[in-house]
Design a protein around this ligand. Sequence first.
Ligand code: B1H
Length: 754
Amino acid sequence: MNLDELSRQKYGRSLAELDDATVYQLLMSVVSEKSAELPLNAGKKRLYYISAEFLIGKLLTNNLINLGLYDEAKQQLAEAGHDLNKVEENEVEPSLGNGGLGRLAACFIDSMATLGLPGDGVGLNYHFGLFHQKFVDNQQTTMPDGWLDREGWLRDENTSFTVEFGSFSVTSKLFSIDVLGYERPKKNRLRLFDLESIDDSLVPDNSIGFDKTELKKNLTLFLYPDDSDRNGQLLRVYQQYFMVSNAAQLIVKEAISRGCNLHDLAEYAVIQINDTHPTMVIPELIRILTEDHDIAFDEAVSIVRSMVAYTNHTILAEALEKWPLEFLEEVSPKIAAIIKKLDELTRAEFDDPAVQIIIDGKVHMAHLAIHYGYSINGVAALHTKILEESELKPFYDIYPEKFSNKTNGITFRRWLMGCNPELAVLLDTLLGTEWRHTGDVSGLLKFADDDEVLEQLAAIKDDAKQVMRDFLKFNQGAQVLDGSIVDVQVKRIHEYKRQQMLALYLIWKYLDIKNGNIPERPITVIFGGKAAPAYVIAQDIIHLILTLGEWIANDPDVAPYLQVIMIENYNVTAAERIIPAADISEQISLASKEASGTSNMKFMLNGAVTLCTIDGANVEIAELVGDDNIYTFGASSDEVVKLYADGSYNAHAYYLKPGIKLLVDFITNPQFMATGNAERLQRLHDDLTSKDWFMALLDLEEYIQEKELVYSDYEDRKLWLKKSLVNIAMAGKFSSDRTIAEYNDEIWHLQADK
Ligand code: B1H
C-alpha cells in the first residue's frame, strides 16, 4: 500500500497536500476495497447473532489493524504530516447501541471473525440511533443522532423481505458492514435491516419526539424508543418482530441456498439471541416452517428448539420483558397464536405456575426462550449462579443441562492495540507478538519488580492522560487538572450502578477539603453515560453530577484539588480516549445487580486498578489479581439478596446517621439548590432518604473509607505501578476470543474456516 501514490491517482495531489477529511476518505476507500475482496468464512453451519444493539464504534482504525495495515498506514501518514487520531475525527461513530450489551455484541462479532467462525450479526439500521446527548443548564437533553448522513461502511445488499403485521405489511432493505478478523483472509458481516418506507422527516432536527403510530415510516428510526406509554411499548414490539422476521427469512433463505431441506435446518444454522429482545424469532421460525414449507407443527417446534440459544444479561425485574398478549395479537396474530400453542404445550407438561409462558395475560419472553431454546447462559460466574439458584431456579430444576456460564470478554484489538498502541508495543518488546493472537499477556508478571518496566508503564499512562486531555478539550472544552489522579466511572446511568454514591463521596471530599485536608495531589473524577429519556431519577443523578462539578469548579478553595468532569455524549470513541488514561476503575454496583460489566475488563487491561463491590465479573477479576491488587468493599450479593427478600433495608435509618445525613442534605442545601434545578435535586434527595431502592446509603461509609485508602496507596508510586502491571498481566482471561471459543465449543459447534 502506497498512500501517496493512491492520493495522486485519486485526487491528483500528494498525501501531504490532502486535508484530514480527504485522508479519511482515501483510507476508507482503501480499506473498503480490500475487505470487499475477502471471501466469507464458510461452512455447513452458520451462526446468527441477533441483537437489538451493536455498539461497533468507529471502524477505520479497527479495520486497519485487522487487515495488518495499521503500522504501515500510521507511518506513511506521519511522514506526510498527518496524525491518524486527527484523521479519525472525520469518521462518524455509528449509533447502533446503548451500553455493555451492545458493545459485547460488537466484540463478539470481531472475535468470531478472528477465530474464523462462520457467523454474522443481525440487527436493525437505526437512522437516529439511541440519541445524541447534550448538556444544557446542567441537564441531559436528547437530540437525534443522525449518523447516516455521511458516507460510511454500509453496503446495500439489494435484498428485501416482506414482513406481515396484523393489519399491514412492510418491505425491508438489507445492508451489510464487513466484519474483519485479526489478520484473517476471510470475513463475516453485520447484517442490518432497514425499512424501505422509512421516513426520516418524522423526526424534527432538535428533538427525539416523533409520531409513534406511523409504523410504516418509523420502525427503524430509533433504538429503544421511549416506552413509557402504550404506543411506545407497541412500537418496541413492532420493531422486535420486524427484526426477527427479517432474520428468520434470511436464515432460511441462506440455509436453502447451501443445500438445506429445512427438516435439517438445525445442521445449517444456529441462533444466539442477545437478551430477550429477539425471542420472537422462535415462533417466527415455527411459522415459516409450518406455513411456507409444510412442516408439521411438532416437527417445526423440535427443529427450532435445537437451534436457538439465549443469553440472559440481567436480573433486574424491569428489564425482563413481559409483553401483554394483546400487543402480540395486534402486531402479529399468527405469532400470538403460535405462542399460545407453545404455552399450552408447557402447561400440559409442567404444573408450576412460575414456569408458564403466559402469566396473567403477559408473555414472559425469557420463559419462552428457555423452554423453546436449547441453551441459556449467564455472562459471569456470579450472575449465572444467581440465575441457577434463585432468579431462574424453577427452570434450572427442570433443565439443568441447558444452563451454562460464559463470562463476558472484550476484543483486545480495539481495547488494547487500537486504544493503547504504546502499551501494545511495550508488550511486543517484553513478550514478543504472540499475545496478539492468543491474548496471553501473563508473561508480563515476571516484570512486576522491574523498575525500568514499571517506569515505562508510568510513561505510557502519562501519554494516555495527554490524549485524554486533548480529547476532553476538543469534545467539550474541559481542562483537566495538571498531574491529577484519574478516577473514572463510565457506563449507562442507572441507580443500581450507583453513580449517586460516587456523587455523595464527592460531596464528602469537597467538605473534607473545605476543612483544610488538602489531597496529596489533584483528583479528577470523570463520569460518562446516557440516561434513558423516560428514566427520571437517572436524569436527576446526571443533574446532581453536573451541578456538583460546577459548584466545585467555582470554589477556589477546592477547585485546584478536586474536579468533576462528565463527558458529554459518552460513546465508544470517548471510551477509547478515556480508559487508557484511568488510574482507578469505579465498579460500584449494588452486589448482585451488575450481571457482568465489561468496562471493568477494559480498564484492567489498560492498567487501571479496580475499586469495586463483589459483583458481576469483578469477582473473577479479584480472584485473578489477588487482594493486594484490587480494592473491594460493600455488602455481598447474598446479603443484598436477603435484604430484598425480607424487605429489611431501611434507607431512612441509614440517612439519619450523622456522617451520611450531612452529605445527603448537601443536595438540598438552599445555596446549592439555587445553582441547579430545585425540583430535580429535591426529588433525588427524597428518593435517597425514603426509598433508595439500590441501597447507595448501605455501602456509602465503607466506600468513602476504601476510596481514601486507594488515593493514599496511589502515592506509593512503586507499589501502585506494580498493582497496575499485575492487572494488565492477568487480563488475558477477558479476551472475547476466549469467550467466543467457549460459546463455540459448548453451544454452537461451528467448524472454523481455515
Ligand atoms: C445489560 C441490558 C439491557 N443487561 C435492556 N441488560 C435494555 C437490557 O433498553 N433496554 O431495553 C437495555 C440494556 N444491558 C448489560 O449487559 C449488563 O448490565 C452488564 O452487566 C453486562 O456486562 C452487559 C453485557 O453482558
